[in-house]
Ligand binder design. Sequence first.
Ligand code: SPQ
Length: 729
Amino acid sequence: MFNKICIIGIGLMGGSIARAARERGLCSNIVAFGRQSGIKNLQLAKELGVVDHYYVDIEAALTDADCVIICTPVGAMEQVFKQLKPFWNDKTLYTDVGSTKASVIASAEAIFGKVPANFIPAHPIAGAEKSGVSASTADLYFNKRLILTPVESNSEELLNKLSIFWQKIGSVVSIMSVSHHDAVLAATSHLPHILAFSLVDLLGRKDEKEEIFKYAAGGFKDFTRIASSDPTMWLDICMANKQELIPLIQQLKVGLGEIEQMLVDDNSQPLFETFTYAKQARQRFLNQYDNAMSQIINFNIQPGGSLRGEIRVPGDKSMSHRSIMLGSLAEGVTHVKGFLNAEDALATLAAFRAMGVEIEGPVKGNVTIHGVGKQGLKEPKEPLYLGNSGTSMRLLSGLLAGQKFNTVLTGDKSLSSRPMKRVTAPLATMGAKIETEADGTAPLRITGTDQLKAIDYVMPMASAQVKSCILLAGMYAEGKTTVVEPAPTRDHTERMLNGFGYPVQREGAKASIAADGKLTATDIDVPSDISSAAFFLVGASIAPDSDVTLNHVGINPTRTGIIDILRLMGANIEVMNERSVGGEPVADLRVRSSQLKGIDIPEALVPLAIDEFPVLFVAAACAEGKTTLTGAKELRVKECDRIQVMADGLQTLGVDATATEDGMIIQGKVVDSIGGGEVDSHDDHRIAMSFSIAGLRATAPITVLDCENVNTSFPEFRDLSTKLGLKLT
Ligand code: SPQ
């Protein structure tokens, strides 16, 4: 990639870049520049083979260099820029590794007036207890995050080049604004260092007298590892980022003060809740970190087997989202049981926390929401990141359009490519101000208003998300808002609003709402998600000798299309112990193997089974004869194009599947129904789980690529399915 890389300041960081660049063949020549006083260090770098040459003369060091990487402490940056300025070459890429970015930008501006187009600020998040060039290794940055914080004046071409350079070194590259970087790092790195330094300082002084360290065990060592870091470097970093650090230290003092008070008062419950919340939060962060940094997770399924046993799948995703939204807007404290502890529902939960709602949990599916009332949400400090969750984004767009503050809604790659005009267009007719990308996708920039007007909206597609979005906006609009749906879709929003005492009138296909209602906190019991149960309804139907009971599944009639369709295909599903829990019907479902037959799926059932088609296609592949689906165009705009992706994957597995514009034709086979092979989940949890279930009737192993997305709706899928008998690793 480069002819000559010049490292300014060759220690652990610079030395490790040099070693990695050499090992991966990213340049022909690497040199180091340092001060005369550091000559021994430069000599050592050469002796160790880390660099080809070293210089104490800056001009000689820079000659012919097409990449310059500044690896000095952030406090020395201004001085370094001053030295570089007379020899600055517009064709060279300059970058750095500083842990604070605002201070680096300020140093560049102090010397150059504005940040040069070819200086791209960067920060590799990696370190080690040891310092110096002798501690450098070629894999210091491997599988670690590298943050680029470009500024407006930066060259796009060089930004891309630097990003590729770091990716080739093995880092996971992200791009962030300078201020976001400094705020994030203050919390996740700088504050923990201050804590570790100050704790060891306190205990170290005590130890002189009391020998505490003699009894210190692993926990102490783990917690204080970072207090072994270089004091000069950390002094520099903390001074450079004190703007972000001081408020955090103040918040921490308040938190410690509260804990102190709980101890003084013998108040064990809130203390327990604090510890429990922290433990859960840490686990979530670790999961997210594992996901972000992974080593992609693939599922390997050995062919055959049967499913047997009794399980309870996790809570309903649609209801979990809505419980947080309505609980937050309610007056009083709402207790939720059975909440889905998965990324999509947690994205909604995090969004409401960011808008000032105190939410405890989830602890074993229990969430406590301290409602702030219909007008009580606060403006979030950052854009609300909603991950992969279409429900969060579409429902929130309606709810936030009528607030008095502004918000920005963002999501991951899949969510950012899904159509949002279906909500922003009707909201605009209500007077909402929402900007999207030119093609109608997220981010959504919402300018809040208290001037929304009611509309009568006839939806062009059957979508619970669009219906819910308009009804939530209707809670803030002048007049009576009415939505008419072309076919029945899930009605959890309407039911739950009524459960909170907020009037919603329903008359056939029409639902109406006005702004004069109020939400009163209530207790919510979320049943198991029939969309997650669906994988086992199909799995146990197609795998010989299977017998599975799924407990406490929500069987709201707007969701039971899967049972109706499977029964039409000849499935043996028993609905047992039907009961009503918090306004939603619930039952235990027993399913046993049966020989399915192909059918023409009635179009009226499509919206009632919309999320279950990926796994229903697997059922169709094992059924005798042809199955035809029509009227399901909506499947093309889910987390991926579920028609095309399933058709492609099934064909790879030897199934006769043909995608049509609005559905699929599958010629099922009773014997050798599905072959083996490698299929891609295309960032879609339901695709990943459906192809895993296909393994039950496959003739050879199936590998499903990229399955970490299963965490968005059903993190326990792997454990529960293997418990029942799926041979998944
Ligand atoms: O939330 P998201 O990403 O849109 O999730 C999906 C899913 O498969 O989990 C769709 F891809 O479910 C939607 C569902 O398809 C959840 C939902 C709801 O909770 O209101 C409604 C349906 O979407 P739509 O577009 O038909 O309204």
